[in-house]
Write a new protein. Structure first.
Length: 649
């Protein structure tokens, strides 16, 4: 008995903090992200250190096993919402709360919330939303229908930076104000509270309360405040960069390939459709989409070559190139969610490629392509902590895509299928571009941060991060239904979105797009992209497209660009509708407006209505095609619509 107690006490002493942060008692992991979960270890370095009860248990009592890659990270995702639960909060009843439609008010001294860069003391733009993603399911049982209070940074945060998030007085639904938790109320008053260690109180006294006060939120008015530190930028990119550089060094201009089928004139505008395999260096523990697949790390700490693997590619040669009437462009095409490179065979794309001389190649985005559907769904249904195999496969997918693009104007360019009158149509001197839609736009933003072969890309209907996207996408509804079966309340479900966002960041826009234009990765050029997004898109939401654009930095927008539901288009540099911009000087956001009624475009984190989904329409508008053509051919960005791009619904 005595020994057991001694052991218990010893265990408690060894745990720097209790497993849960009691300043928000609603859920162990709230508030999140939170330096409470990132203690300074014996070596003096602060690393994430969650326990197996940090995230909620599922309906069967299964833990979210944090040893599957969640611990030991030097900080949190810079593309994460600050999330907490404020019981009965009335967002609409709280004046001066920065919302999606006026997020710039978060920079004013009057803002009820302050996201503060602790190094500079500056307020950081953000918007606050209540989680509505469970509304439909929990409508009948309001006790389950708790809406988390979420603050999204308007754009990707800086790496290796501490931020304080402070919330002033928030109106409560029944009148009055939301009350702070007992623990936070005591800390605010400087009083001791069971479970709040003196070191933690001292940290708040020194590093949190003064920053909130300086930002205009008096200590006594705070409902909650906490801090978190973002991981270093290299945390997210280092494995991918190593795989890119190793793959280019191993294969580079000499990729081996085989051609398995050639179909002459399959459709109007297409001279030849080709299927084949490209041989790629493989860095994963498995070839198939097995749960548990990981990047194999060698003794030097870098991804280690496991051998070579043949992955399928699709190639389209347009008629205009084959008959010698158009010079060829070497173009990579990125496909959509759970699709495959076969998406290249699309009538609008046939026509566009033929008109522009695009020779297009594509491979599958393994991790999120057709062959992954079963594994991905199985993981969601059984153990979200095993999420890491998706991002591992996406690393290999980017490697494969970069190599396939390179092959198109090097080794494959020497093949007779790409010769006209004995002359190769493509060479290293050819123009090279990236174009992708949907997941091809999302992963395209990563491709365009990594590519050493192209500087110009068009990201059709993209968005990021996934944490903003998923609850706002009808494509995620089936997987979210599975999560609902496993987690019976709304706070637990949305906390799972925060969890997977931490790992998604290793291979999604949030981990990369700051490097696309403003801070290029090592040995990588600066890139510019056109972002095309559509009003009413039920699959990849405009909110996430705008987040992506803001995060790239230096993005321009024409004065006439539509404002979705009168939301301000914050964070872009506005230019006159008649401007002819130099495409090398940065990218541009272009919205397309389809007369989707306002009631079909929620401002909450819900998908736009399926009935009026415009996801497939943007890419097919004459304006989007024309803007793409001029950008790709002339390095000029102009407004093809004069003012707002108002399209046929
Ligand atoms: C991390 O958590 C474990 C318990 O899961 C604990 O033993 C250890 O002391 C913690 N490390 C730090 C640095 O707090
Ligand atoms: C979490 O649980 C797993 C499986 O039971 C175990 O192997 C692991 O050590 C636990 N991790 C922590 C941090 O407690
Ligand atoms: C929230 O509101 C409900 C209904 O008005 C009330 O019963 C409950 O006590 C309130 N909870 C808190 C924490 O204020
Ligand atoms: C990031 O760092 C830059 C340079 O120090 C600073 O100007 C900017 O405000 C910071 N942004 C955020 C979101 O913290
Ligand atoms: C070549 O192909 C283009 C595009 O299909 C077509 O417009 C043109 O007439 C063709 N030229 C010749 C000489 O066949
Ligand atoms: C947008 O603002 C205009 C002008 O203030 C107004 O007429 C219009 O109804 C608003 N539209 C929506 C969807 O709120
Ligand atoms: C755009 O600017 C770059 C230098 O930043 C220059 O090399 C290029 O020629 C310009 N393009 C056009 C179309 O003027």
């Amino acid at each position: 008995m005595r020994t057991a107690l001694a052991l218990l006490l010893a265990a408690a002493a060894a745990f720097a903090n209790a497993p849960c942060d009691i300043i928000d008692p609603s859920l162990c992991v709230f508030p999140f992200p939170n330096d409470y979960f990132r203690p300074v270890g014996p070596s003096g370095v602060a690393l994430t250190n969650y326990s197996n009860i940090t995230w909620p248990l599922d309906a069967d009592g299964k833990i979210f096993d944090v040893s599957n890659g969640w611990n030991g990270v030097n900080g949190f995702s810079p593309a994460q919402a600050a999330i907490t639960y404020l019981p009965n909060a009335s967002l609409s009843g709280t004046p001066n709360l920065p919302r999606l439609w006026n997020m710039e008010t978060s920079l004013l001294a009057t803002s009820v919330t302050a996201l503060i860069n602790a190094e500079t003391g500056e307020r950081v733009a953000h918007w606050v939303e209540a989680d509505h993603s469970s509304d439909e399911w929990d409508a009948a049982d309001p006790s389950k229908n708790k809406r988390a209070f979420m603050a999204w940074p308007a754009a990707r945060l800086n790496g290796s930076t501490r931020y304080v998030f402070a919330v002033g007085p928030v109106a409560a639904l029944g009148g009055g104000f939301v009350q702070p938790s007992p623990a936070f109320r005591a800390m605010r008053a400087g009083a001791s509270f069971p479970g709040i260690e003196p070191e933690r109180q001292a940290h708040f006294e020194k590093d949190i309360f003064p920053l909130a006060e300086a930002a205009g939120l008096s200590r006594g008015s705070l409902t909650i405040a906490w801090d978190f530190t973002t991981a270093s930028d290299a945390t997210w990119t280092h494995n991918m960069l190593s795989m890119r550089d190793q793959a280019l060094a191993l294969v580079g201009d000499n990729a081996a390939y085989s051609i398995t089928s050639k179909t002459p004139t399959p459709r109007p505008g297409v001279a030849m459709e080709v299927d084949g395999f490209i041989t790629v260096p493989w860095f994963l523990s498995s070839i198939s989409p097995d749960i548990g697949t990981h990047i194999v790390i060698g003794s030097d700490g870098k991804p280690e070559l496991q051998g070579y693997n043949d992955v399928p590619f699709k190639l389209i040669i347009p008629t205009s190139v084959a008959n010698g009437s158009k010079p060829a462009t070497a173009q990579y095409y990125g496909h959509g969610l759970f699709g495959s490179a076969s998406e290249l065979t699309n009538q609008y794309l046939d026509t566009e490629a033929d008109e522009n001389g695009w020779v297009m190649i594509g491979v599958n985005w393994i991790g999120l392509c057709s062959e992954d559907i079963i594994s991905d769904a199985y993981m969601v249904a059984n153990d979200l902590s095993l999420f890491g195999f998706i991002q591992a496969r996406l690393h290999q997918a980017q490697t494969n895509a970069l190599l396939a693009h390179r092959m198109l104007f090097t080794s494959l360019a020497a093949d007779p299928i790409l010769a006209v009158n004995g002359q190769p149509v493509l060479s290293k001197a050819s123009p090279r571009r990236y174009y992708g839609n949907s997941l091809g736009g999302i992963m395209g933003s990563v491709f365009m941060s990594l590519s050493t072969d192209t500087t110009h890309g068009v990201l059709g209907v993209p968005g990021g991060p996934f944490g903003i996207l998923l609850p706002r996408s009808k494509d995620f509804a089936a997987l979210f239904d599975i999560i609902r079966l496993r987690y019976d309340n709304s706070l637990a479900r949305i906390s799972m979105m925060s969890a997977i966002q931490e790992q998604f960041t290793y291979l999604e826009p949030g981990g990369y797009v700051n490097h696309l234009w403003k801070d290029p990765l090592p040995n990588t050029p600066q890139h510019s992209v056109l972002i095309h997004y559509g009003q009413g898109d039920a699959q990849v939401n405009w909110v996430a497209a705008e987040w992506l654009g803001r995060s790239i930095g230096g993005m321009r927008a024409f004065d006439g660009t539509m404002r979705v539901r009168n939301c301000t288009l914050f964070g872009f540099e506005f230019v006159d509708n008649s401007a002819k911009l130099n495409g090398t000087d940065g990218g541009l956001m272009q919205g397309y407006y389809f007369d989707v009624p306002a009631e079909n475009i929620p401002l909450e984190n819900l998908p736009c209505a399926s009935a009026t989904d415009t996801h497939g329409k943007t890419r097919r508008t004459a304006h989007a095609m024309e803007q793409t053509r001029v950008f790709f051919e002339q390095d000029v960005i102009y407004n093809p619509c004069g003012g707002a791009c108002h399209e046929q619904p």
